[in-house]
Design a binder for this molecule. Structure first.
Ligand code: F6P
Length: 358
């Protein structure tokens, strides 16, 4: 058993719908079940650089936050205490000792770090330096290999599906090709699942190399078969520019560049929608609320059992604990010959590669 009186909660990296549900569940379980004090650490581990900004999380403080998107604690994807930028942005230095000392000064015995791969890596490094850390995985990208699902993904799916449904009606009215760029960083889960749910015709993901020519041929075949009133092309933001690509991406929207290339190649009118951060916003779906609540309670139970350096995860639909060391740095890419891609191909969705099936 662990000798815990006070825990801290921090949210790091990009926000995701469901963060507040984890904060609420962990706070409630800690206070009601264990009579612990709970401290909210603002803006990821940045909140431990300025400990005076931390504040107590009470039952009142977490009341009403379940349906709220974002995080009441704030977050950052820049504040790494092992490589911290000086205020003038000049140099990177290690302030992890200061962070650990500040946590002690606040009376924090253990910390729940809710975040993606970057935040879990920081948490693991702090654990290696003696801090009692437990991780909760989060990302709309659903790209962490240690867990079948992360909360936030389902809500993002709702947003993407709703957007594609709307794009269908305007695209069909104007007989256009509609390109929809979605998030997902280096993995194609949002594009693949959102594309299937939204009835996309073509899905371009980082895991499957494609050519613009194949996409244009697909559009031409749809037209020739009389089904070409509108073609929806979902593009994952992380796709690599195809070999025939002439334009320099220079950090701009890959969806716009691909849309331009399709317009040139297909001679069709093309419009592009970049869904962007609306995919990260809004109220969490019921599924994400439940998963986030299960993760929050499980994290508190790990602390109560003295199981540190662990991250909660979903495996075979059960919440389990995995070693943080095994969980970090391993991305879960879409398998190009996996069941979901096979399902998409079987209903005629194209991937812009050589295995087209229109
Ligand atoms: O990891 C979540 C995510 O939304 C990615 O899909 C996207 O590439 C990135 O974060 C955007 O980050 P930022 O909010 O820093 O622009």
């Amino acid at each position: 058993m662990s000798n815990i009186r006070c825990i801290g909660i921090a949210t790091g990296g990009g926000d995701a719908p469901g963060l507040n549900a984890v904060i609420r569940a962990a706070t409630k379980a800690a206070i009601v079940e264990h009579k612990w004090k709970v401290v909210g650490i603002p803006d990821g581990f940045d909140g431990l650089i300025w400990p005076e900004k931390s504040f107590e999380l009470t039952l009142d403080k977490v009341s009403g936050i379940l349906p709220r998107g974002g995080t009441i604690l704030g977050t950052t994807n820049r504040g790494n205490p092992f490589h911290y930028k000086k205020e003038d942005g000049s140099d990177l230095h290690d302030i992890s000792d200061q962070v650990i000392a500040n946590a002690k000064q606040l009376g924090i015995d253990a910390i729940i770090t809710i975040g993606g791969d970057g935040s879990q890596k920081i948490g693991y490094e702090l654990f290696q330096k003696g801090m009692k850390i437990v991780g909760v995985p989060k990302t709309i990208d659903n790209d962490l290999s240690a867990t079948e699902l992360t909360f936030g993904f389902d809500t993002a799916m709702h947003t993407v599906t709703d957007a594609i449904d709307k794009i269908h009606t305007t695209g069909a009215s104007h007989h256009r090709v509609m390109v929809v760029e979605v998030m997902g960083r280096d993995c194609g889960w949002i594009a693949l699942a959102g594309g299937i749910a939204g009835g996309a015709h073509v899905i371009l993901i980082p895991e499957i190399p494609f050519t613009i020519k194949n996409v244009c041929d697909y559009i031409a075949r749809r037209e020739a078969s009389g089904r070409g009133d509108c073609t929806i092309v979902v593009v994952a933001e992380g796709v690599k520019p195809p070999p025939e690509f002439k334009e320099n991406r220079r950090g701009g929207s890959i969806g716009i560049l691909i849309g331009n290339a399709i317009e040139r190649g297909s001679k069709k009118e093309v419009r592009v929608s970049v869904l962007g951060h609306i995919q990260r916003g809004g109220s969490p779906s019921p599924f994400d609320r439940v998963l986030a609540t299960r993760f929050g309670v499980a994290a508190v139970e790990l602390i109560a059992g003295g199981e540190f350096g662990k991250m909660v995860a979903l495996r075979s639909s059960k919440v389990v604990a995995v070693d943080m060391a095994d969980a970090i740095g391993k991305l879960k890419a879409v398998r190009p010959h996996g069941e979901l891609v096979h399902t998409a191909r079987a209903i005629g969705i194209g991937f812009g590669d050589e295995e087209e099936n229109c």
